[in-house]
Design a binder for this molecule. Structure first.
Ligand code: 13P
Length: 341
């Protein structure tokens, strides 16, 4: 492992004024997104959609540091035969790859999941590196509910995240470590805070046990936020203040950067929260975005599967990427949203 090079890539992924496009929806997830815009989820449509994003020159060169791809996409070529990975590289962004293989039910823990995909991971990483991937992603999912999460679920998922991270670094690939505490329930922000604290503490304990170099990774956490069905929704300032406090308590300063998931927040909420955190200043790590839905909902709607809408889709994507890029520097304001509508 060359740690200096891993650190360089990790820092580039969290460059101030840039963030990560999570375009790594599995075939099942992208089908759900396409169903919502009445587009059939064929291999060609998935390619055309992602090609539209990667050819958004302004967004990709100015506001996007890296793109997380799904296995299908990393091997796909654009309509003109150029590998999609090359489009990303030509824009000056770094290609990355989702390497987990989804979740399975966790025995003895009803309703809880464990993320799988460690078998043969070393071999897969080697192929992805040859294709151009310089970072990877593994997502663990922790649900909040009555009696859950169990320590079992937190522990097995943290163990798998650390095993994955160690294998990535050995393959000269920067791991994005993503332990996602879902915001689906009716829990309040303080319960989210407590659960996320347990999850992050266990994750960093496992990372240490498995000798992962913190300078060569990026953390992708959820924010401390109210559950979607909670009657009392925390304000932007409360989310920002509690998330920063939580991260300061759990994330060593040696980690170069933190790139949040959006997790079901609205586009503007995800931007406002990131902005408020960066405005608070005095942070030991860079804070940016690694959004899927909060970057893509608008372009998906504008595109709706029609070739004549490609320019509108690219405009919608560029707008959201720019808003989040500003938020990564604490320079976003709500008034900027209206100007481009
Ligand atoms: P969302 O921003 O839609 O949560 O997706 C980010 C991601 O990569 C989840 O693994």
């Amino acid at each position: 492992m060359n740690l200096a090079d891993l650190n360089k890539v990790a820092l580039a992924m969290v460059t101030p004024g840039k963030g990560i496009l999570a375009a790594d929806e599995s075939s099942g997830t992208i089908k759900k997104r396409f169903d919502a815009i009445k587009v059939e989820s064929t291999e060609e449509n998935r390619r055309d959609y992602r090609e539209m994003l990667f050819r958004s020159t302004e967004a990709m060169s100015k506001y996007v540091s890296g793109v997380i791809l799904y296995d299908e996409t990393i091997w796909q070529n654009a309509k003109d035969g150029t590998p999609l990975v090359k489009l990303i590289e030509q824009a000056g962004a770094i290609p990355g790859i989702k390497v987990d293989e989804g979740t399975q039910a966790l025995p003895q823990c009803p309703g809880e999941l464990v993320t799988v995909g460690l078998d043969k991971l070393a071999e897969r990483l080697k192929k992805y590196y040859e294709r151009g991937a310089r970072f990877a992603k593994w997502r663990a999912v922790i649900d909040i509910g009555s009696g859950i999460p169990t320590m079992t679920a937190i522990s097995v998922n943290a163990h798998a995240l650390a095993r994955y991270a160690a294998l990535c670094q050995a393959a000269q690939i920067v791991p994005i470590v993503e332990p996602e505490v879902l915001m689906d329930g009716d829990h309040d922000i303080d319960r989210c805070y407590d659960v996320t604290q347990r999850v992050l503490n266990k994750t960093f304990q496992e990372l240490r046990v498995q000798r992962v170099e913190l300078e060569g990774m990026v953390l992708k956490p959820n924010m401390a936020i109210s559950g979607k069905k909670c009657p009392k929704q925390a304000s932007v300032d409360e989310v920002a203040e509690k998330t920063v406090r939580l991260l300061k308590a759990c994330v060593p300063a040696a980690v170069p950067g933190i790139a949040f998931l959006s997790g079901g927040q609205s586009d503007e909420e995800a931007t406002a929260h990131l902005n408020a955190m960066n405005r608070s200043g005095g942070l030991p790590w860079r804070l940016t975005f690694s959004y899927g839905r909060a970057l893509q909902a608008a372009p998906q709607k504008a595109w709706s599967g029609k070739a004549e809408n490609v320019a509108a889709g690219q405009r919608a994507f560029t707008h959201r990427a720019r808003m989040n890029a500003l938020a990564s520097k604490g320079e976003w304001e709500t008034g900027l949203e209206k100007k481009v509508a």
